[in-house]
Every structure is written in structure tokens, then in C-alpha cells.
Design a protein around this ligand. Structure first.
Ligand SMILES: Nc1nc2c(c(=O)[nH]1)N[C@H]1C(S)=C(S)[C@@H](COP(=O)(O)OP(=O)(O)OC[C@H]3O[C@@H](n4cnc5c(=O)[nH]c(N)nc54)[C@H](O)[C@@H]3O)O[C@H]1N2
Ligand SMILES: Nc1nc2c(c(=O)[nH]1)N[C@H]1C(S)=C(S)[C@@H](COP(=O)(O)OP(=O)(O)OC[C@H]3O[C@@H](n4cnc5c(=O)[nH]c(N)nc54)[C@H](O)[C@@H]3O)O[C@H]1N2
Ligand SMILES: [Mo]
Length: 771
């Protein structure tokens, strides 16, 4: 800490970077970027307002109906006029311990859902999900979740195609932008390289290196082709060639590029023979031998709206130099999201460049600041969640299905599974009423369990669906340290302000609960949180090469360099050099362009090799006749998901207090809109309000409404008065294989809101009565 003016600055870390907060009295009054960060994120400007906002949860609260009627299903969970009762910590912990004990005794621990997805905050020890799961595991376990909303199709499909290790490499060890600058001639990116996405690195990061990296690549002459509905998904300096393809048609484009390579005898047969299996199946399919439809550029042009000649020319250019095929995460966060991934691998294989520096296949450039930002083979300090005695889990995005359909069967990655019967939902560090699809349906799903527990810093829509709300401290209210994969330093995050109201660290809350449930030692191992910080650091230090300062010296210095960081990697380089000695961990040891395993699952929506499947939420689909605009629900530039939506920076991006909806001038004019109006965005799933911003940097027919607006069900005539696109997103999985999130694409209609729009009430906290 350092005195500054009439305040004091404290270093801190967040998923959007490391910076300082200026504290005056007990309040955070401003933020200061770290001068060593070459591209600090404006997201830090949300922090001062969010830290002290009236939506902070300041004491434990229990829904009056639950308090009076006891546990049980309740349709009124989440009702805007629901009332909460403030209770003291002792009382709430007694109530909660009794309820956890009732559920585990009567229904078994698998009736507790602790999957609790979400991004919580940076900080290696006080990580909300880790603490919750460690606690639930200590008291007998919980039903958990597999995969992420970010990239479930990558996590499930690619292990079949390039193996588990190859998938891990693709996600965590991609070559740095510097390596791209040095080796790559052409990067063809599906899903752009959206700059604002690079503000974020899970766990916080010392410096934002993606933007300087992209600039370096541009300066060294790397050419970029961006396939994306948005022109500004690449930075201007890259001078990217923009191919505004119709969303959801990437697999068709990729397969047509493969077609050109085979038809013109440009495919690298030697590579395909030596390093892959199944190339013949792909060739037969793209040439039309399998189904009578040749996947020519002319065929793809009809679907994607790009000229056939552009595609043919692109395939030839890709074959001429060192080419990197990047499939961004957004592209797989849609129905049949497995196909563009697999087709991308097939294209890179046909180019014969997998395993060469700067060439081949990647999935994630532009999706996250830490992607291609080096790796940390020695690991980071980490608290164990402990073994979970319950093996039950769901694919993460099937949460509403699970709650609505206990006992029913579903498919996932070759398994026929059954949804468990959940009685208690425990959520911490996530906001499903922001992130899940079809929020009205999710509300119905949350009516089913006996009890919903939410630990939160703020009164989110999820907290407002809880029977018991526990007020959590924010990172600024507790000691911790931060670093992300590939980071250069581990940084101290000393407490800067006292806890808000009676908020407590979740570690201390779970310690108290574990004591009541006879599991205190299993949870704490006899340590306080201060002792854990020291223990985890020292354990990590002992495993690192060379000499690192001890905990006290680290804490006093504020940071320590992370040893052994690796920057220079060539994906699949070892496999290329020696495919027999260093095979992939796939059944064949090769890249599986055809997977007998997947074919054996018999899924019509994910057959044994990459194919074109026409998704429902797509321009030109039957559904688009009724809902003619394709809404892109991408990541918000002004915040991380729903976090700190009430902060100054996020608010400055709103239009008439609503989430901004970007639309092409032609689409706006056809609806009598010129910008600044409040509109109703709707389909047969639901509706939301948004504020119009007109821009010619989108493909006509596409509108953009990023995620993140706090869900606001307070108006009678719309599902969300504030602009959360998940009010309208169908709740379907990518396919039976991965069952991933498909929220990126939503068919809608947009119309001016007649009359005075209802007020936004998302940031009005609920009624809270004294007990
Ligand atoms: N339509 C559509 N939907 C999407 C996506 C999309 O592309 N389109 N993208 C999806 C993706 S990739 C993701 S990752 C998800 C993100 O969805 P989430 O991860 O759920 O989003 P966040 O808003 O980050 O939620 C984190 C919550 O944790 C709380 N929190 C922060 N710190 C703490 C803490 O220390 N303790 C506790 N108890 N709580 C804390 C915050 O207040 C916040 O409410 O959204 C998904 N949803
Ligand atoms: N500022 C900020 N950064 C973030 C986050 C945040 O909330 N805020 N969230 C982080 C998280 S958790 C994740 S998972 C990543 C997500 O990273 P991504 O999934 O890569 O990000 P998105 O912004 O959802 O989508 C990127 C772009 O893909 C394009 N796109 C959409 N559909 C299609 C399609 O069908 N075809 C093609 N070719 N392009 C398409 C859109 O124009 C969109 O702008 O972002 C991370 N970064
Ligand atoms: Mo994500």
C-alpha cells in the first residue's frame, strides 16, 4: 500500500487484470492502471461503483416463504415482489446446516447440486467454486458438472480427434503471438479476434499482451482473413480481409475449402497418410460420393453468402504459404458446434501444416487474453477441492433439463445417462440467470428443488431465486494472491477495505457449517485462511525450480516471478517429428478425421466425420421466416459477463439505460429506427428490451446484443426489461455428443417499443424485512 493524496492505494488483481485501487476512509474511490501493463483494461473503471453499490448483499437473508413454510418446491422463487427477511449469521448457519443434513440424510448427497458454474473472482485461495465444492465434498459430496459454457464442444469432441493431451495443448499451450508474427503468413480466423475478449484472463494476469501481440503480427506482415458477422472483430492495424459470412455456416465454408484442396489435388496426401486416419471418408463426403452433394464453393456460397470465387481463391492462398486456421470459441457455442471445429482440423490436416511452427490448427486466438500467452508447467498455488464421494454429474449446460426432468434419460459423449433428482441447489460465484439459455424456463426449473442456496457479493437475479442468500466478501475485502496460466508473476492481493455490512469470507462460512455438520477438520485441516495462504504458497514454492522467496518476503514484495514459464511451443511438433514414438492419445494414435468411436455412438447430430448440418438458429432456416434477424449474443466489451454491470464503464455503454443492440442501417431503416430508441427484441422463446445503435460494421441481417445485462423480469410485457439475450435464447445443447451451450445465435425480430418503456429495475435490491 502507498499513500496517495488523501487516500491510500492497494494493489489488486481481477480477471480483467492487475491494477491499484485508491481507498479513502473505508471506500474505494478510484482505480489506477499498472504502468507496466501495456494495454490495461477499462473494465477496472466498473470497480468503485460496484464495490459499494446498493445491490451489495450486506447481511444473510432468507426468503419469507421458505422461512415460514419450510423447504419445498415453490413457483414464486424469483418473483420480483418476493420478500426476504434479514437474519443473523448464527441463525442462518443453523437453518442451513439443518437443511443440508436433512437432504443428505433423506435423499443422499447426490440430491445436492454443487455444479455451480461461473467465473467468480480472481484469487487462488478464495475462489468461490473451489471453496463451495471443497465444503460439499467434506460433508459427503454433491452432483457436479462437466465441461464449460465457454467451449464444451472443444472439451468433448477434440479428445476424440486429437486426444486429451492434444486438446490440452490446443487450449493451453498455443504458440504466442510473437511466434505467429515470426512464422505465419496467413491466419484465417473463424469468429474474428475480438479485442475486448482479450481483456480477460481467468485468474488475472500481470499484463495484457494479446493486443501488442496482434500489432506485432500485423507489423511483421502476417495477413489476416476474418470470417465473422462483425467487421470490428479484428483490430484496424491488422487490416484484415473481412468475410462477413452468415453465422452458423462455418462448417460449410471449411468443407468447401477442403473440397477445393482435394479437387485441385492440393491436399497434402503424404501428411494425411502418415498422420491422420479417415481422410478418405472426408474426401468422399466433400466430393459428393457419400451423399451426392459435392461441397463445392458454389454449394457453400448459397449457405454462407460469400462469393464462391472468394472461397476458391482463399483455399489456394492457404495452400501457398504457412497458414494458421483458427476456430474461435464462439463458433462452437451454437447448435452443431462440433462440426466447424472438426472441419477446421480436417482443413489444417489437408494443408499438411499441423506440427509446423506458425501453421496448422488452433482454437482460441482472440477468445481470451491468456490464450497463446505462454504456459506454466510448474502449476500455480491451488487449494484442493478434495475427493467427491458422489460420481453423479451433468454436462454443465443441461442444468434446467436436470431440474425439470429428474429420472429422464439423455445422451452425452457415448453415454446414456439419467438426470438425478435434485433437492438442494447450492450456487456460489456464478450467475445462471445471466448465463443460461431461456431464462423463463430456468425460473421454472428453479421452482422444483426444496431449497436454493446462493452465496453472492451482489443481489443478482440468481440471488433473487435463492431461499438462503449468504453475503460474500469481494476480493478487495480479503487477502489472497493471483496469477493465471502462463503468467509472469504471482501477485499479492492485500485486503483494501473492510467487509461490506456483515459479509464474510466463504471460507469462514463453510468452516462454521462444516463444524455443525461434523466435518470441520475435513474442510479446514486445522488451518485459518491466513494459514492456508501461507501453506499453499510454501507448498508451491517447494515444487518450483530454483530459489524463491518465502511467504513473508513474497507478501512484503507484493509479487514473485513464476519460474519455468514456457513461451515457445509448436503445437503437435513432437507428433510430427515422430508419429510412432510420440503418437496422439486417440484410438489410432493419429488425428482422427473419422472417429469410429463417435460413429459408433450413432448420433444423427454428430456423425463419424465432420459434416454440414443446418442449424435452426440461422439465416435462411425455416424458423427465420418468422424471426428474420440473427442475433449474435457475444461477450460484452464493457464488463466480464454480468459482473459489475452497475459500474460506470458498463453503464456508459448502455442506450436509454438498456443493453445496446447494434444493427445494420438497412435493417434499422426497414423498421423505422435510426438509433437511440428502445426496442423490443422478441421470438417465441421470450423477449427483451434493448437500446438501438446503428452501425455498418455488421453483416446485414445480423444484430448484436452482447450478454451481461442483469436479468430484469419486472415488466409485465417483456421477459427482460434490461436486455439480457438469454431471455430469448433456446435452451438446446450443441449435440448429443457434447451437450454444450448454444447461446451465441438467436433468431429474433426487432421493433420499436410503442409508448413509454417500463423502467429498468434490475439494480433495485429486493425487499428485505428485519427479522
Ligand atoms: N447467450 C449466451 N449466453 C452465454 C454465453 C454466450 O456466448 N451467449 N457465454 C457463456 C460463457 S462462455 C460463460 S463463461 C458464462 C458466464 O457466466 P457467469 O460465469 O455466470 O458470469 P459472471 O457474471 O462472471 O458470474 C459470476 C458471479 O459471481 C459473483 N462473484 C464474484 N466474486 C465472487 C465471490 O468472491 N464470491 C461469490 N460467492 N460470488 C462472487 C459475481 O457477482 C457474479 O454474479 O455465460 C455463458 N452464457
Ligand atoms: N470483455 C470481455 N471479455 C471476455 C468475456 C467477457 O465477458 N467480457 N468473457 C470471456 C469468456 S468466459 C469467454 S468463454 C471468451 C469467449 O470468447 P469467444 O467465444 O471467442 O467470444 P464472443 O465474443 O462470444 O464471440 C466472438 C465473435 O465471434 C463472432 N461469431 C459469432 N458467431 C459466429 C459464427 O457463427 N461464425 C463466425 N465465423 N463468427 C461468429 C461474433 O462476431 C463475435 O463477436 O471471452 C472471454 N473474454
Ligand atoms: Mo466462457
Amino acid at each position: 500500500m502507498e499513500p496517495q493524496g488523501d487516500g491510500v492505494t492497494y494493489p489488486t488483481s481481477s480477471h480483467w487484470g492487475s491494477y491499484r485501487v485508491l481507498v479513502s476512509g473505508d471506500r474505494v474511490v478510484d482505480v489506477r492502471p499498472d504502468p507496466r501493463d501495456p494495454a490495461p483494461s477499462a473494465l477496472m473503471d466498473n470497480v468503485p461503483q460496484a464495490q459499494h453499490h446498493p445491490t451489495r448483499v450486506d447481511r444473510p437473508a432468507v426468503r419469507r416463504r421458505w422461512l415460514e413454510n419450510g423447504p419445498g418446491p415453490d413457483e414464486r422463487r424469483g418473483a420480483v415482489d418476493d420478500e426476504y427477511v434479514a437474519v443473523g449469521w448464527e441463525r442462518v448457519l443453523d437453518l442451513l446446516a439443518a437443511e443440508l443434513d436433512r437432504v443428505r440424510t433423506r435423499h443422499g448427497n447426490s440430491a445436492i447440486f454443487g455444479g455451480s458454474y461461473g467465473w467468480s473472482s480472481a484469487g487462488r485461495f478464495h475462489h468461490a467454486q473451489s471453496q463451495l465444492r471443497r465444503f460439499l465434498n467434506a460433508i459427503g459430496g454433491h452432483t457436479s458438472r462437466a465441461d464449460t459454457y465457454s467451449h464444451a464442444a472443444i472439451e468433448v469432441l477434440l479428445p476424440h480427434v486429437v486426444g486429451e493431451r492434444g486438446t490440452d495443448d490446443l487450449l493451453h499451450h498455443a504458440p504466442t503471438w510473437e511466434a505467429v508474427a515470426e512464422h505465419t503468413d496467413l491466419i484465417v480466423t473463424f469468429g474474428g479476434l475480438r479485442l475486448s475478449n482479450n481483456d480477460i484472463s481467468q485468474g488475472g494476469r500481470a499484463a495484457h499482451t494479446a493486443e501488442p501481440g496482434m500489432r506485432a503480427a500485423a507489423r511483421s506482415g502476417v495477413r489476416t482473413v476474418s470470417v465473422s458477422p462483425l467487421q470490428d472483430d479484428t483490430i484496424d492495424e491488422m487490416d484484415a480481409e473481412w468475410l462477413p459470412a452468415s453465422p452458423g455456416t462455418d462448417a460449410a465454408i471449411l468443407l468447401s475449402l477442403v473440397h477445393v484442396l482435394f479437387a485441385e489435388d492440393r491436399a497434402d496426401r503424404d501428411f494425411l497418410d502418415r498422420y491422420t486416419v479417415g481422410a478418405d471418408a472426408v474426401r468422399d463426403y466433400v466430393l459428393g460420393d457419400t451423399d451426392g452433394v459435392a461441397k463445392t464453393p458454389e454449394w457453400a456460397a448459397e449457405l454462407c453468402g460469400l462469393p464462391a470465387e472468394t472461397l476458391r481463391d482463399l483455399a489456394r492462398r492457404m495452400a501457398r504459404g504457412r497458414t494458421l486456421v483458427n476456430v474461435g470459441w464462439s463458433v462452437q457455442r451454437a447448435q452443431y458446434g462440433e462440426q466447424p471445429l472438426w472441419a477446421g482440423v480436417a482443413l489444417a490436416a489437408c494443408l499438411g501444416q499441423i506440427g509446423l511452427p506458425g501453421g496448422g490448427f488452433a482454437c482460441g486466438y482472440g477468445s481470451m487474453g491468456s490464450y497463446a500467452g505462454g504456459s506454466t508447467p510448474g502449476g500455480l498455488p491451488r487449494v484442493s477441492q478434495g475427493p467427491n464421494p458422489v460420481s453423479e454429474f451433468i454436462p454443465v449446460a443441461r442444468v434446467a433439463d436436470m431440474l425439470l426432468h429428474p429420472g429422464e434419460n439423455y445422451d452425452y459423449d457415448g453415454q446414456r445417462r439419467t438426470y438425478p433428482d435434485i433437492r438442494l441447489v447450492a450456487w456460489s460465484g456464478g450467475n445462471p440467470f445471466h448465463h443460461h439459455q431461456d431464462l423463463a424456463r430456468l425460473s421454472r426449473a428453479f421452482a422444483r428443488p426444496d431449497t436454493v442456496l446462493v452465496a453472492e457479493t451482489h443481489w443478482t437475479a440468481t440471488a433473487r431465486h435463492a431461499d438462503i442468500v449468504l453475503p460474500s466478501t469481494t476480493t478487495l475485502e480479503r487477502d489472497d494472491y493471483a496469477a493465471s496460466q502462463g503468467d509472469t508473476t504471482l501477485r499479492a492481493m492485500p485486503r483494501a477495505v473492510p467487509p461490506h455490512g456483515t459479509a464474510r469470507d466463504e471460507y469462514d462460512v463453510y468452516t462454521e457449517l462444516a463444524r455443525r455438520l461434523g466435518a470441520e477438520h475435513a474442510f479446514t485441516q486445522g488451518r485459518t485462511s491466513a494459514e492456508w495462504l501461507r501453506y499453499l504458497y510454501e507448498r508451491w514454492r517447494a515444487a518450483q525450480p530454483g530459489h524463491l522467496p518465502d511467504f513473508d518476503a513474497f507478501w512484503a514484495a507484493g509479487e514473485v516471478e513464476i519460474p519455468g514459464r514456457v513461451e515457445d511451443t509448436t503445437l503437435f511438433g513432437g507428433f510430427r517429428a515422430d508419429p510412432d514414438g510420440c503418437p496422439l492419445d486417440t484410438p489410432s494414435g493419429r488425428v482422427e478425421l473419422y472417429s469410429a468411436d463417435i460413429a459408433g455412438f450413432g448420433y444423427p447430430d454428430c456423425p463419424g466425420h465432420p459434416v454440414w448440418l443446418a442449424s435452426t438458429e440461422r439465416l435462411g432456416s425455416p424458423r427465420s421466416e418468422r424471426w428474420p434477424l440473427l442475433l449474435i449474443a457475444n461477450q460484452p466489451g464493457g464488463k466480464l459477463h454480468s459482473q459489475q454491470d452497475m459500474g460506470a464503464h458498463s453503464r456508459s455503454g448502455k442506450v436509454a439505460g438498456r443493453a445496446p443492440l447494434r444493427m445494420h442501417p438497412d435493417d434499422a431503416a426497414a423498421r423505422g429506427l435510426s438509433g437511440g430508441e428502445v426496442v423490443r427484441v422478441s421470438n417465441d422463446v421470450g423477449s427483451c428490451l434493448a437500446g438501438v445503435r446503428v452501425s455498418d460494421r455488421l453483416r446485414p441481417g445480423v444484430v448484436q446484443l452482447s450478454t451481461g445485462a442483469w436479468f430484469d423480469p419486472s415488466a409485465d410485457d417483456v421477459t427482460c426489461a434490461h436486455g439480457n439475450p438469454n431471455a430469448l435464447a433456446p435452451d438446446v445443447g450443441t449435440s448429443a455428443l457434447s451437450q454444450g451451450c448454444t447461446g451465441q445465435h438467436i433468431l429474433v425480430e426487432v421493433a420499436a417499443y410503442p409508448g413509454d418503456p417500463p423502467p429498468v429495475r434490475a439494480f433495485d435490491p429486493p425487499r428485505l424485512a428485519a427479522s
